[in-house]
Design a protein around this ligand. Structure first.
Ligand SMILES: Nc1ncnc2c1ncn2[C@@H]1O[C@H](COP(=O)(O)OP(=O)(O)OP(=O)(O)O)[C@@H](O)[C@H]1O
Length: 301
């Protein structure tokens, strides 16, 4: 196992940041930690990298975090603001100077897709380019384990997809990746396995498919309508109950139940604007197990 955490707990005064968290990450896996603000994601990363003391047992490459050879680990912290007046190439080269053996900084710059902007000052890069330059600093030592705390927060959709491709490519080459994210589509797309933290506890652990099958609930038909009360009455008359916590009027329904629901709406003259049928996703798992909405891009920290 590359990472092994057993009964890891951390308190800050009265606040329980982590409570008995246990999981392990095998070589080559992409493991995503998800959870609401304050769930303990960053504290867990700090426990794994030895920058905070925690109770329980943590080992990385079979050793206590602080004893791990620095060159084996690449870390992108959540808050990382390099000097504005360094170019992307200078930034990556600066970090390369911290190790005895490193990759060619220009090759790293190419990997993070910044060759054309290598000479641009950090402050003049776009949000996505900035974050990619930061990821580059974590790659200079060709780490065996890459830890990324919210790598794509604040990045536009194109930039996020580029970073996903980069992370997938690193994983294909054998790098183990542990990341935190507020984006459920990111975890669903990238992660081999996901750990869901809520109030410091690991409340679910498994592949996205397993978690969705276990906690995601049924497929559903979502009726987009102004008069939700009227739609609810119409579907209730046809024997269907509204699912709580969804945007629009959602009804648990397989594909074959779509026609009777539509007939019920039509029969009552409900003026609906749209119908969306969808299968459960990791977002539903998150909402079910944490009781909170998935944060929006603006709300994520
Ligand atoms: N250094 C600290 N001193 C005191 N309390 C802390 C400290 N670090 C974290 N906490 C508290 O521990 C809990 C977990 O925080 P943590 O930053 O690990 O959560 P998170 O899941 O990373 O949140 P976010 O998604 O907002 O980054 C929170 O209640 C936080 O206020």
């Amino acid at each position: 196992m590359v990472v092994n955490a057993e009964n890891v707990s951390r308190r800050y005064g009265e606040t329980v940041a982590l409570s008995d968290v246990s999981f392990s990450v095998p070589e080559g896996e992409i493991f995503a930690i998800i959870g609401p603000n304050g769930a303990g994601k960053t504290t867990l990363i700090r426990a794994l990298t030895g920058t905070t003391d925690a109770e329980g047992d943590v080992s990385v490459f079979g050793r206590p975090p602080r004893a791990v050879a620095r060159r084996r680990l690449g870390l992108l912290p959540q808050e990382f603001t390099p000097a504005d007046r360094l170019t992307a190439r200078e930034l990556v080269t600066y970090y390369a100077g911290l190790y005895d053996e490193t990759r060619d900084p220009d090759a790293v710059i190419e990997d993070v897709g910044l060759t054309d902007s290598a000479g641009t000052f950090y402050e003049d890069l776009s949000g996505g380019q900035k974050r990619r330059a930061c990821v580059g600093t974590a790659l200079v030592n060709e780490p065996d384990l890459l830890i990324l705390d919210e790598p794509t927060t604040g990045i536009d959709p194109t930039g996020r997809r580029e970073l996903w491709r980069l992370i997938e490519g690193l994983s294909d080459d054998g790098t183990t990746v542990l990341l935190t994210t507020h984006y459920m589509d990111e975890a669903e797309t990238l992660a081999d396995r996901v750990g869901l933290l809520a109030d410091g506890k690991l409340v679910a652990l498994g592949s996205p498919e397993e978690l969705i099958a276990r906690h995601g609930g049924e497929s559903r038909l979502v009726i987009e309508v102004d008069d939700e009360g009227r739609a609810e009455t119409a579907i209730a008359a046809a024997g269907y109950e509204r699912l709580p916590g969804e945007r629009g009027v959602a009804v648990p329904a397989g594909p074959k139940e779509i026609p009777p629901i539509v007939e019920a709406l039509e029969a009552d003259g409900v003026d609906y604007e749209g119908l969306v049928w969808r299968q459960p996703s990791l977002e539903d798992v998150y909402v079910t197990l944490t009781g909170s909405d998935v944060p929006t891009a603006e709300g994520a920290t």
